[in-house]
Design a protein around this ligand. Structure first.
Ligand code: NDP
Ligand code: OXD
Length: 310
């Protein structure tokens, strides 16, 4: 039995080290040096060459090395009937919550304004921020990442609500579903954080219509995918003051082209798709646990449903 890391972009060394440290008995291989293809039972993948995953006759599962699967699902030649397991990595989850908290707190404490005051060497007495419990934070997506961020924001004292397909029960977090729920959540949210997967239902969900539903002067944080946002609509909303400021980690085109207006917009913070990254030493725990589950005849988790697209 062998495990193959198959990616055009992932540095194999942290994975080699993690397998050596935590599962030295496993024959760990790195594409394109696959060895005999019939040995490969599990493939770890991120941006694999399309069609490649069909070459392995004894493949038991494909395990992703990232949370988003929209690019994986674009491969028209995925091996039929082979389960795809999405990554859940406690370091990735913790890192994403740090990003959400960092930028929510930055808006809550009016840092963009304070930074502008510093640039002008301007001292204004008593710039006041309301207490956290007066601030309403909405999350699009209450899954592994959105759910953790929501719980931590609630623990800080913010009013928190989220939107998902199924109703959630997270302490201190109101749960909305459906089109009506989305409209209610948007009308309520002073700070909106996007942590949805990119699917045909969520592509372009942040657009002129939905941005107009937010309270005037709302803040927007996108740490999910660039495809969730109609960028020209967001720019118009920033320019009209409907959106006071946006923090964007992900873009329709990555790397963000040097001429893109987001780079220099006075009310946009850009980060280079590093809101949170997979951390091999912890991610391997989830991968090994799923391999053990498979060996014990138990279901692996979370399974990607290609029809649902996440
Ligand atoms: P999950 O699958 O755990 O959560 C997705 C959430 O979105 C769930 O709550 C789901 O609802 C909800 N959802 C999906 N479709 C809809 C819909 N049509 N309407 C309403 N709600 C919907 O994903 P993760 O939390 O692990 O990851 C979220 C995304 O974060 C990833 O897909 C990826 O794109 C992005 N990401 C970005 C990173 C970065 O560095 N910028 C790093 C890692 C991830 P339900 O719970 O009912 O299924
Ligand atoms: C992911 C990402 O989906 O890094 O894991 O964007």
């Amino acid at each position: 039995m062998a495990v193959l890391l198959c990616s055009r972009t992932v540095d194999p060394e942290p994975w080699r080290a993690a397998f050596r440290a935590q599962a030295p008995e496993i024959d760990f291989r790195v594409w394109p040096e696959t060895g005999p293809v019939e040995d490969i039972e599990f493939i770890l993948t991120w941006l694999h060459p399309p069609g490649e995953l069909r070459r392995y006759p004894r493949l038991k599962a494909v395990l992703t090395l990232g949370a988003g699967v929209e690019k994986l699902l674009l491969d028209p030649d995925l091996p039929p009937g082979i389960p795809i397991v999405r990554l859940v990595d406690r370091a990735l989850t913790a890192g994403m919550s740090e990003y959400a908290l960092l930028h929510v707190l930055r808006y809550h404490r009016q840092m963009p304004e304070l930074e502008a005051m510093q640039r002008r060497a301007e001292w204004i007495d008593e710039v006041e921020s309301p207490p956290a419990w007066e601030r309403r934070v909405g999350l699009l997506g209450l899954g592994v990442l959105g759910g953790d961020a929501a719980a931590k924001l609630a623990a800080l004292g913010f009013q928190v609500a989220g939107w998902s397909l199924s109703k959630k029960s997270i302490s201190g977090v109101a749960s909305y579903t459906g089109e009506e729920g989305l409209a209610k959540l948007l009308a309520w949210s002073q700070i909106l954080v996007c942590l949805l997967p990119l699917t045909s239902s969520t592509r372009g969900i942040v657009n002129a219509r939905t941005l107009a539903l937010l309270p005037r002067g709302a803040f927007f944080i996108n740490c999910a995918r660039g495809g969730h946002v109609v960028e020209s609509d967001l720019l118009a909303a920033l320019d009209s003051g409907q959106i006071a400021h946006a923090t964007l980690d992900v873009f329709a085109e990555e790397p963000l082209p040097p001429s893109h207006p987001f780079w220099r917009h006075p009310r946009v913070t850009v980060t280079p798709h590093n809101a949170s990254l997979t951390w091999a030493p912890t991610a391997i725990e989830h991968i090994l646990a799923n391999m053990k589950r498979h060996a014990a005849g138990e279901p692996m988790s979370p399974l990607v449903d290609p029809k649902r697209e996440y």
